[in-house]
Design a protein around this ligand. Sequence first.
Ligand SMILES: Cc1cc2nc3c(=O)[nH]c(=O)nc-3n(C[C@H](O)[C@H](O)[C@H](O)COP(=O)(O)OP(=O)(O)OC[C@H]3O[C@@H](n4cnc5c(N)ncnc54)[C@H](O)[C@@H]3O)c2cc1C
Length: 370
Amino acid sequence: MRYDVLIIGGGPAGNYLANLLARDFSVAVVEKKGSFGGKACTGIIGAENYERLGLPEEAVLNELRGAVFYSRIQNFEIERKSPQAYLVDRKALEKSLAERAVRRGVDYYMATTFRGFRNGKAVLQHLGERLEVEADFYVGADGVNSAVARAIGAKTKAEFLSGYEVEVVGEFRKDFVEVWVNKDMNGDFFMWVAPVNEGLARVGTLGSIEALNRFLRVRMLRPTSIVEFKAGTVGFGWRKPWVRGNVALLGDAALQIKPTTAGGIVFGMLCARALREALLAGKPESYEKLCGAIKNQISFGMRFRRIFRGMSQEDIERVFEVLGSREAREVIESQADFDDHVKTAKAILRRPKLLAKLIRISPSIVRYLV
Ligand SMILES: Cc1cc2nc3c(=O)[nH]c(=O)nc-3n(C[C@H](O)[C@H](O)[C@H](O)COP(=O)(O)OP(=O)(O)OC[C@H]3O[C@@H](n4cnc5c(N)ncnc54)[C@H](O)[C@@H]3O)c2cc1C
């Protein structure tokens, strides 16, 4: 068997790339699992990018048009008229993209695990059987614990966090996400409540299971109303290089994920577009450069993480006072971009009054963000 491109990993990034490449290359996807989905992931994707990337309508479970932010002692609301984000069914998203790719001529090898490279070929295992597949180019889209990244000797400098998420029955506001920032409950990350509908929500956080349990208690959600539990890992930082010889890394395998919110689906897909462009030009080495905008977002997110880590809950309360002010809410409501947090931060810092207040809280916040 020989292909132009062999994609290892049939998650959102790998399946999306398969679709992009199908017209110009012979492509195969190798997926370790026997079926799609199942990953711990809230499935929130920015609405604008969802449309722009042409993602399947049938995977959308709910439309979200606002958020309520809670600290220990305050809260404020951001409301938009149109949906800003969708909550999707990961299995439907992945399967639908895979079906599209198959129709475009892509070969899928399900329940098949990549084991390594030998003599320029990918060594795969399907159930008890070992096979070798040769390709001109290989893409590791095999997630945060990428075996492909290990096989090409990629180096990682990142913060890894465990993620815990439950689906819980309760009463929720259907089109609003809750974001809770409270270091007494969780010093590592915020907690979120993302409604699937009025009666069911995905509730999660990064850090520890104890943090999620503390939050469930405070949010008065009963552990015995949980109908699904998932755990996973995210990596914030750098894994380099993104391309070595005829192998590229994509999506979580390259840590193409927002350190601000742990959203990785859109970044992986935008980088898939860049990779297609590089491959069509016959210049795979230009892939990283073509992902420049995503790299800027990751750098920004890393600075944001550093600020968050250094802040006390009292600092967070003071930032909440600024962000909850009428002026800040107006800026966020009119200019915030779900996937472009650099743009959102710049829009806030461009307002002299808001900038002055943030400098008063901590000059380093502003210095780090710009
Ligand atoms: C708790 C939690 C909540 C999250 N919420 C969101 C969210 O709301 N929105 C968002 O955008 N992101 C979210 N993320 C991040 C998101 O899940 C990832 O960024 C996204 O899944 C990355 O997609 P991917 O295709 O790169 O990798 P993955 O989704 O990890 O897919 C990799 C695929 O490769 C396969 N694979 C692995 N190893 C091999 C191998 N050796 N051989 C063959 N196949 C292999 C796996 O089975 C898998 O199907 C969340 C993450 C966590 C942990």
